[in-house]
Write a protein that binds this ligand. Structure first.
Ligand code: ZN
Length: 300
């Protein structure tokens, strides 16, 4: 298969564009800071005008977004706290400027799909892709499809039990999961950037427990076959293993599976596509829109 697809990941900080057939064949790649909507859209469109040939383009965007094809505001970023971006018509503008089919979902749904298609979720029926960085977000893929319903999951904003008195940093909810366990929450709670917190700092066992509490909720509700955890905060050596141990302890043998017991390190894993999961997931979205891949046709 050599069909070319376009992928766009609009993140809170970075925007990534790629032209590729898959992870082994990325022909063009560009990353730039996510600026105001007009400027960002101009750069996305300029990228695909300079590098034509995509038979479809997938866009994975920070949210919340409207990904409902039947909605008049399909392809818009909706109630985001990101200044200037509320109500931005992202996907329709790209589609109309470039005259190609455009697929649209959240950045985390795209990343989940990328890992499902080419990464740590190959061959599985369901997975959760979780990112812990500037925010907390998760994409769920079930039976080969990103989970969508009333809107789309916004897992970062669930409530979990609080283990300290920190008020939280979520502009909407204060002490939701993202509000107490994202990178900015760590920075605010401890008064310095997470990078500057030593491995033995008490921040890390607390962070591991907060992450495990949220992940346990996801596991209990959606029962994904694997949880893939990425994002800047997870670059801390040993943190993922620590979260696994906490998850195992919190489950306390209730869900009777080795994946939440002695094999927890096979259950809670790092993304295989690394920081390209989002843009490759957008490529996977495009591929599906173009109808080139049968659902579940992930390479073994
Ligand atoms: Zn929140």
């Amino acid at each position: 298969m050599s069909e070319l697809y376009g992928g766009v990941e609009t993140g809170g900080t970075w925007c990534v564009c790629a032209l590729a057939t898959g992870p082994e064949d990325i022909r063009e790649y560009e990353q730039f800071r996510t600026a105001a909507p007009e400027e960002t859209l101009m750069r996305i469109i300029a990228f695909f005008r300079s590098h034509p040939g995509a038979s479809a383009i997938g866009i994975g965007s920070f949210g919340p977004v409207d990904a409902d094809l039947a909605s008049p505001t399909w392809g818009h970023v909706t109630t985001t706290p990101k200044p200037g971006w509320q109500g931005t018509a992202l996907a329709p503008v790209v589609r109309d400027a470039l005259r190609v089919p455009v697929a649209f979902d959240t950045d985390v749904a795209a990343a989940a799909l990328g890992e499902y298609r080419w990464g740590a979720g190959r061959g599985l029926g369901s997975l959760c892709y979780l990112t812990v960085g500037t925010g907390i977000g998760a994409g769920l893929v079930v039976a080969g499809e990103p989970v969508r319903g009333l809107v789309h999951p916004e897992v970062g904003h669930i409530r979990i039990p609080k283990l300290d008195s920190f008020a939280g940093v979520c502009p909407t909810h204060g002490d939701c999961w993202e509000g107490i366990a994202s990178g900015p929450a760590l920075a605010e709670r401890w008064g310095r950037s997470p990078d500057e917190l030593a491995d033995e700092h008490p921040a890390w066992p607390l962070e591991a427990e907060y992450l495990a509490l949220g992940i346990l909720s996801i596991v209990l509700v959606a029962s994904p076959e694997r949880v893939i955890v990425g994002g800047g905060v997870m670059e801390r050596p040993g943190l993922l293993a620590r979260v696994g141990e906490k998850l195992r302890a919190l489950n306390a043998g209730y869900l009777d599976t080795p994946m939440l017991g002695e094999r927890v390190q096979d259950y809670l894993v790092a993304p295989e596509l690394g920081d390209r999961a989002g843009v490759l997931g957008a490529i996977a979205l495009a591929e599906r829109t173009a109808g080139a891949a049968a659902p579940g046709a992930a390479a073994g």
